[in-house]
Design a protein around this ligand. Structure first.
Ligand code: 4AD
Length: 440
């Protein structure tokens, strides 16, 4: 049934529903994606956000329809009525024999984006329009699908969504990427991660997650860094390192399978083979210790010292070597934040893991078991040179009913970029924020 409301005349439907209406007259509302003519036939390509359909008119199609198609520019808004015909060669398997073409809004100026090729700078400046592009729409649909799958995964496992604040008084991931703001005369920051707050809510609710925007003042321009990005974070009481990795693996597999199965049409437009995703997420994900990863990276000719964080070239080596998502465990504590528990058998190593995506998409998850005694936490805060006062509430969590707990944060845009097979994070979010981009 149409969900576009009661209509006089032909039912108004979405393009993605057309296959159910073969032989019927329907109305489609959308925007002109293109027109062409071939002799006495004119073609109108309409998009409505759910797909594209080709409409066909001839001089005797209906009053004014042939002339209207001839004069409509790209991105005119239209309402068209026509007969749905099955056509195996057409995208979606259907075509419309148009009877009526009603312009809703005809732009007076030429659409700035099509049909020429444009540089990325120009496209980013016109992001508000570029979003309508043939390859942009499916990315945003996959993003929506991936976020839905994440929520469904956690709902099925009876996690509770608990939101973390954006305006905060503490850093989580070091002070170099903090955005400072003035909070009524008091120093404050935009949150880098909701983790500390999820540690509090997991002690109230057992297992929690949230999906929200976080902020990092990343001063370098790379294709993997945004200054505002979305993170999915989960935190579970009584969960330890092993269980944490299993939870992450299950989540990534669930989301990739959902997208491969439910977004085949979108992936096809993006020329992304869903089988590549399905093959990548077969169980189990490989694991490697940081120390071994460094050896592997050096053997592959990438210059790197023990004790350094994995940079993009190192992650690329691991990504190529395993061809699957791979967990890198047991990082040196010096390159990890204060809140991570240390390995019982190696106090110089953090009980943590990063999940590196295949195909050069870099780290998509960072997670760890958290330090759970007051004495250790206070010592680790002091070692990190972090002032203790703002963290008093966080220390409190270790004062009353502290339990082993673990969690992780997944970068939504990096995950979406990998799922879609697009090289740059800027297209994995509607309005990216980067070092040099604050508008539109
Ligand atoms: O590894 P990170 O820094 O982990 C945390 O923030 C933890 N507090 C999360 C937790 O345990 N609850 O960031 C998590 C993920 C990274 O693996 C990466 O995918 C993504 O966030 N990420 C970025 N994505 C886009 N742009 C950036 N500048 C990013 N920085 C991290």
């Amino acid at each position: 049934m149409s969900d576009r409301g009661p209509e006089a005349g032909a039912a108004a439907v979405y393009i993605e529903q057309l296959a159910h209406y073969v032989g019927e007259r329907v109305t489609i509302r959308g925007w002109v994606a293109g027109t062409r003519s071939s002799g006495k036939v004119r073609f109108l390509i309409v998009r409505d956000g759910t797909g594209l359909v080709q409409g066909v008119v001839t001089a005797d199609s209906g009053p004014g329809a042939f002339e209207a198609v001839g004069s409509l520019p790209i991105e005119a808004a239209v309402e068209v009525e026509g007969l749905v015909r099955a056509d195996d060669r057409a995208p979606g398997g259907v075509e419309l024999s148009l009877g009526r073409v009603l312009p809703v809004h005809v732009p007076e100026e030429e659409y700035p984006i099509a049909p020429k090729e444009h540089g990325v700078g120009f496209l980013m400046q016109h992001r508000h329009l570029w979003l309508r592009g043939r390859k942009q729409v499916p990315v945003l649909r996959v993003r929506d699908g991936a976020l839905w799958a994440m929520r469904r995964f956690f709902k099925e496992r009876r996690f509770v969504a608990t939101e973390a604040p954006i305006l905060v008084s503490t850093s989580v991931e070091g002070t170099t990427t903090l955005f400072s703001i003035d909070y009524f005369g008091q120093p404050a920051y935009l949150s880098q991660s909701g983790q500390l707050y999820l540690e509090a809510t997991c002690a109230a609710l057992g297992k929690v997650y949230w999906i929200g925007p976080v902020f990092r003042a990343e001063k370098s321009k790379t294709r993997r860094h945004l200054t505002e990005f979305w993170m999915l974070e989960a935190e579970v009481a009584f969960l330890e390192h092993e269980g944490n990795l299993q939870l992450q693996e299950d989540l990534v597999r669930y989301v990739a399978q959902y997208v491969a199965e439910e977004h085949g049409d979108d992936l096809e437009v993006l020329e992304r083979d869903p089988n590549v995703l399905l093959a990548a997420v077969k169980e189990p994900f490989p694991r490697i210790a940081y120390a071994d990863a460094v050896e592997l990276v050096r053997c592959a000719g990438v210059d790197m010292e023990h004790g350094e964080d994995l940079g993009a070239p190192a992650e690329d080596v691991l990504s190529r070597h395993f061809g699957r998502p791979v967990f890198v465990e047991r990082f040196p504590i010096g390159i990890k934040p204060f809140y991570m528990k240390r390995c019982a058998d190696a106090p110089a190593c953090a009980l943590c893991a990063d999940l590196i995506a295949p195909e050069g998409y870099g780290e998509i998850i960072g997670g760890s078991q958290r330090v759970d005694t007051q004495a250790e936490l206070e010592a680790q805060l002091a070692e990190a040179g972090v002032p203790q006062d703002p963290y008093a509430w966080y220390v409190d969590l270790r004062r009353w009913g502290s339990v082993p707990h673990a969690g992780f944060g997944l970068g939504v845009e990096r995950t979406v970029a990998w799922l879609c097979g697009i090289p740059h994070l800027r297209e994995a979010i509607p309005f990216p924020r980067m070092l040099d981009r604050l508008a539109p």
